[in-house]
Design a protein around this ligand. Structure first.
Ligand SMILES: *[C@@H]1O[C@H](CO)[C@@H](O)[C@H](O)[C@H]1NC(C)=O
Ligand SMILES: *[C@@H]1O[C@H](CO)[C@@H](O)[C@H](O)[C@H]1NC(C)=O
Ligand SMILES: *[C@@H]1O[C@H](CO)[C@@H](O)[C@H](O)[C@H]1NC(C)=O
Ligand SMILES: *[C@@H]1O[C@H](CO)[C@@H](O)[C@H](O)[C@H]1NC(C)=O
Ligand SMILES: *[C@@H]1O[C@H](CO)[C@@H](O)[C@H](O)[C@H]1NC(C)=O
Ligand SMILES: *[C@@H]1O[C@H](CO)[C@@H](O)[C@H](O)[C@H]1NC(C)=O
Ligand SMILES: *[C@@H]1O[C@H](CO)[C@@H](O)[C@H](O)[C@H]1NC(C)=O
Length: 752
């Protein structure tokens, strides 16, 4: 089981409930005879490790139905009273009519006829006057049944704690419910009541976790009357549909209800334990509501020795859980790399995503994913994992339902016969949740994926920075598709490579996956089918859209929250941007190809850097050549290397083998009058993406007095449709990737 998302925050003021019999003039603190036996289920064997409960284990658990379906959980506290959560009954500030609700008691599996169960109508729903939404606390409700429940082996009340009762940090308790088994993943048939062991987290320990800005830079201040239970590492939790259900702890042979399932941030996420309404502080309120009802709930006294528990870490010295996935000793040594061997096929690469599951392209298994039957030779399949002495055997192949027709879903999951012991290696890679936002500029790497050819350019770094979603979309997206804002799954992820394409090498027939790093942790961010040409893959299908499918199949893949969230106003302003029009030559206009022109572009310069790298420069005035910064300065280097500039020969002769061509040619556009204008310099690693020159006009003209700029009013006069045209707005385009905005002017010492 794991937990529901934080519910919508409704602002409301609940007035005293009409029809509720309450008389606040009476003292609620009088002692009641404990004539009701509580918290003692008939003994029954319980599967502690499993998640299905045994019938009769939790006889106070009830299911609250509305419109014929389970909505929330609750607990029987007296024959005529059920305890639950206020947010189950308050919609948009209004308490729902009691008549719409019914209580199902003694139910175990909710599939089919509710054998042994019985149903009671609800006479009244009582909610504290000051309940205003889960995040403000007081998320508690009492339901008065129209007629008392029939007590028996499967229907018994739970004990309630007194206000002085303490559930110490570290106490092992159990939460139960029919809620989702994971985020957005409903409990499968036959809907058997689920149980999960959770540890009480002391207030300071829990606040410490919630003070850590998680994804979306979100922190939460716990309020008095809230109780946390779960684990810093997450993975066990309550989830949507469990609301209102009990958190119970066993003391001296009795079960006490410590909490009411209230809310959480996602389900089972790391450092985000479930938040419950603490029951003990509501002793007086509960007694007040049930006054006069016989028999009422039982509040047995806690034995004094249980009042103190484990020492609790404080806000200052508490430890938060770190991701258990995505740690690699160094880039390229991937501890999740799984090599899948299928008889008759070449080895295929995938990634370990949990103790038992490997994710790989479905195209690794041609001819084996068409039928619903398991592949006949599955017994002979093997998976090699790093640091494992023997190959793993495969128990199951689960292809993605859309794998055969949708390249973006070319995925399959392989279950290993036996789970592997996770350590430094093998270790699973982290997977992104659907709302994960990989920041522009994130450091990424290519990793082997599927049937991969030997890496072109051995020793190549395969290092890349992510382009912004907008640029990625404009360059490789489908025309007319709107750009998703941050927080929505992107349509593609585009790496901008740190090193140049190696001339003459071809990336044909190679699949790659894109790994991106956040705070030292690697995420499997994207997958790529066959590239369409010899270039490195330019756009990857984002994996995050598949998170729900992967977690549904694996029940334990390492989906990890976003770790870096620094997307402020400088993040992408996607709403105001429009893509420049495309032509067959790239983002705009003509990209001069020396071979095509049959002659030389007289302004092109060959800039040789440190005797080996070559990039294209542009002669903008006698004595001045403009080149891209990335061409001259290497990452991390502050010194300008030895540079030579050759004029009048760019493209005329082939370069010696030792030279690496660092950049694509610049973008030039022709005006109506026939003169050529430099519009953009190629961005590192890209053939289609250019940093606009327009915004740099001031800087360039201040440095180079003689540089000639076309007056802006001269720009709109372009030739009509067709040919080598530039759209007028391209000349003044803004929003180029920052990395390329810095241009370097070279003073020519010797003019040749
Ligand atoms: C919630 O209440 C507000 C104001 O009372 C109203 O405008 C809105 O439509 C309501 N929403 C729903 C879903 O009922
Ligand atoms: C509601 O009122 C009670 C009693 O006055 C108080 O203890 C509690 O903190 C209040 N809760 C909220 C959410 O305002
Ligand atoms: C740190 O936490 C421990 C409990 O784990 C506690 O006993 C100790 O007092 C705390 N130390 C400080 C300096 O807060
Ligand atoms: C398969 O494709 C259909 C249609 O686009 C979509 O509704 C469905 O969610 C996809 N299945 C998965 C598991 O993503
Ligand atoms: C898993 O590895 C740890 C550390 O190497 C070891 O202590 C433990 O016994 C192993 N467990 C199994 C089931 O192999
Ligand atoms: C890559 O594909 C192109 C076009 O399909 C082909 O001409 C070329 O020979 C291929 N190169 C390799 C190394 O397979
Ligand atoms: C995170 O939120 C806090 C307070 O809301 C704010 O001061 C801080 O600047 C935010 N940090 C980032 C990186 O957005």
């Amino acid at each position: 089981m794991s937990q529901h998302l934080l519910l919508p925050l409704a602002i409301l003021a609940i007035s005293p409930i009409p029809g509720a019999f309450q008389d606040s003039a009476l003292s609620p603190t009088q002692e009641e005879p404990e004539d009701l036996d509580c918290g003692r289920p008939e003994p029954s064997a319980r599967i502690m490790g499993g998640s299905d409960s045994q019938p009769g284990t939790w006889p106070w658990q009830v299911s609250l139905h509305q419109g014929g379906g389970h909505i929330c959980g609750g607990s029987l506290i007296a024959p005529s009273w059920v305890l639950s959560a206020a947010h189950c009954f308050v919609t948009n500030g209004t308490l729902e009519p009691a008549a719409e609700w019914s209580v199902v008691l003694g139910v175990h599996s909710q599939d089919g006829p509710l054998d042994g169960a019985h149903v009671r109508a609800v006479a009244a729903i009582l909610v504290p006057d000051n309940y205003s939404g889960v995040e403000s606390g007081a998320d508690v409700a009492l339901l008065r049944l129209a007629s008392p429940a029939r007590l028996g082996p499967t229907v018994r009340p739970v004990c309630l704690p007194r206000a002085s009762h303490r559930f110490a940090h570290g106490t092992a308790c159990w939460a139960t419910g029919w809620g989702d088994v994971q985020e957005a993943d409903p409990l499968p048939l036959p809907w058997v009541l689920q149980e999960v062991e959770l540890r009480v987290l002391g207030e300071a320990a829990c606040q410490c976790l919630y003070s850590r800005p998680g994804p979306f830079n979100l922190t939460f201040q716990l309020l008095p009357g809230m109780l946390c239970a779960g684990y810093p590492e997450g993975r066990r939790d309550t989830c949507q549909g469990d609301s209102g259900g009990p958190l119970v702890c066993k003391e001296g042979g009795r079960w006490f209800q410590a909490g009411i399932t209230s809310f959480g941030f996602g389900c089972g996420r790391r450092n985000r334990p479930g938040v419950f309404t603490a029951v003990a502080p509501y002793e007086a309120w509960i007694r007040e509501q049930v006054l006069g009802s016989e028999p009422g709930p039982a509040f047995p006294t806690q034995s004094p020795e249980l009042q103190s528990g484990l020492p609790e870490p404080t806000d200052e010295n508490c430890t938060i859980a770190l991701p258990e996935c995505g740690k690699a000793p160094r880039p390229g040594a991937w501890p999740w790399e799984a090599q899948v061997m299928v008889p008759g096929s070449r080895p295929c690469y995938g990634a370990l995503v949990s103790e038992s599951w490997v994710l790989a392209p479905a195209s690794c298994f041609p001819g084996r994913i068409s039928s619903d039957l398991p592949p006949r030779d599955l017994d002979n399949w093997r998976v090699m994992l790093p640091s494992r002495p023997r190959a793993e055997r495969v128990a199951r192949l689960v292809p993605h339902e859309n794998a055969s027709w949708d390249d973006a879903s070319n995925l399959a999951l392989l279950q290993l016969r036996a789970p592997v012991n996770l350590s430094v290696a093998p270790r699973p890679v982290c997977l992104p949740h659907p709302e994960h936002y990989f920041l522009p500029g994130s450091r990424c790497r290519l990793a082997r994926w599927g049937h991969t050819e030997p890496v072109p350019g051995a020793g190549s770094l395969l290092e890349a920075e992510l382009l912004g979603v907008w640029w990625c979309h404009c360059l490789y997206g489908r025309q007319g598709e709107s750009v998703p804002p941050p927080g929505e799954p992107p349509l593609a992820l585009c790496p901008a490579y740190q090193e140049e394409e190696v001339a003459g090498r071809c990336w044909n027939y190679s699949h790659w996956s894109l790994l991106c790093r956040e705070e030292g942790t690697w995420f499997l961010a994207g997958i790529r089918d066959l590239p369409s040409d010899c270039l490195r893959p330019r756009a990857f299908y984002p994996l995050q859209t598949h998170g729900p499918w992967i977690s549904h199949v694996t029940r334990g893949a390492y989906l990890e929250d976003q770790l870096a969230w620094d997307w402020g106003p400088e993040g992408e302003e996607t709403e105001t941007q429009t893509c420049p029009p495309h032509t067959e030559h790239g983002a705009c206009g003509l990209r001069p190809e020396p071979a095509l022109t049959g002659g030389l572009w007289p302004w092109l310069a060959e800039v040789h850097v440190a005797g080996e790298r070559v990039c294209t420069g542009i002669l903008v005035a006698p004595g001045w050549v403009l080149a891209a910064t990335h061409c001259i300065l290497r990452l991390g280097s502050t010194t300008v290397p030895y540079i030579e500039v050759y004029l009048g020969r760019a493209g005329a002769s082939p370069l010696p083998q030792s030279h690496q061509v660092t950049s694509a040619p610049p973008l030039l556009c022709q005006t109506e009058e026939g003169s050529w204008v430099l519009v953009g310099m190629a961005v590192r690693g890209s053939r289609d993406l250019f940093a606009a020159i327009g915004p740099e006009e001031t800087w360039i003209s201040q440095t180079v007095g003689e540089a000639h700029f076309l007056h802006p009013s001269g720009f709109p006069h372009w030739l009509p449709e067709g040919g080598d045209l530039c759209p007028p707005d391209m000349a003044r385009a803004s929003g180029s990737p920052r990395a390329a905005l810095f241009l370097l002017l070279l003073t020519l010492l010797i003019q040749g």
